[in-house]
Design a protein. Structure first.
Length: 191
């Protein structure tokens, strides 16, 4: 089927028009990629291309569209599990994929994002484990109790300032000065 361009009246096939739409969509996805990933992303896309062939625009668009939601959310989803994955983690994983390709340790062309997602997910798991371990060490040292005790002392001081003000033992200016000493805004006096 042949169609006519509304701008220049040139005729071309419907297949070409569909490829133009796929090309436009792929370009929009590429422009949406975070800056630290741009060069790596182009190399990664090349891993989906069969040797001696070009990557079709519609396939490039689908490949990018599969990862954009995870990149936007800063997460990685694998086998139904979701982990936090900031852009730096994705960048490191893409660099690892490029290194594996350069050292002929990948079977190309890639069929899916499976290997990349495994790398990102494993790194995210390690990060979550380190964060959990830091919290546990903090608990063991009692640091969480010290912070809670400090917060409780601030609340007690706030309560004392409010009580003194309400009983008329101090005026508003002195009460606000005391609130500033314990890092509370003047509005805390009326709450």
């Amino acid at each position: 089927m042949r169609i006519t361009c509304p701008s220049c009246c040139a005729t071309f096939s419907l297949d070409v028009a569909l490829q133009m739409d796929a090309s436009r969509s792929a370009l929009l996805h590429a422009l949406h990629m975070p800056a630290p990933l741009a060069g790596l992303w182009a190399q990664y896309l090349g891993m989906f291309r069969a040797k001696g062939r070009a990557l079709a625009h519609d396939r490039a668009d689908r490949i990018m569209a599969e990862l954009v939601p995870m990149l936007d959310a800063g997460t990685v989803t694998r086998n139904g599990n979701v982990r936090q994955a900031p852009i730096d983690l994705w960048r490191t994983a893409l660099e690892q994929m490029v290194d594996l390709r350069n050292n002929d340790k990948l079977t190309l062309p890639l069929k899916s994002h499976g290997y990349l997602l495994e790398i990102v997910f494993a790194a995210a798991e390690r990060g979550a484990a380190k964060a959990e371990q830091a919290v546990e060490v903090s608990r063991q040292k009692g640091q969480h109790r010290a912070a809670a005790d400090e917060r409780m002392q601030r609340v007690e001081k706030l309560s004392q300032v409010r009580g003194d003000f309400r009983l008329g033992l101090i005026d508003r200016a002195k009460a606000e000065l005391r609130l500033a000493e314990i890092d509370f805004p003047p509005e805390a006096l009326d709450a």
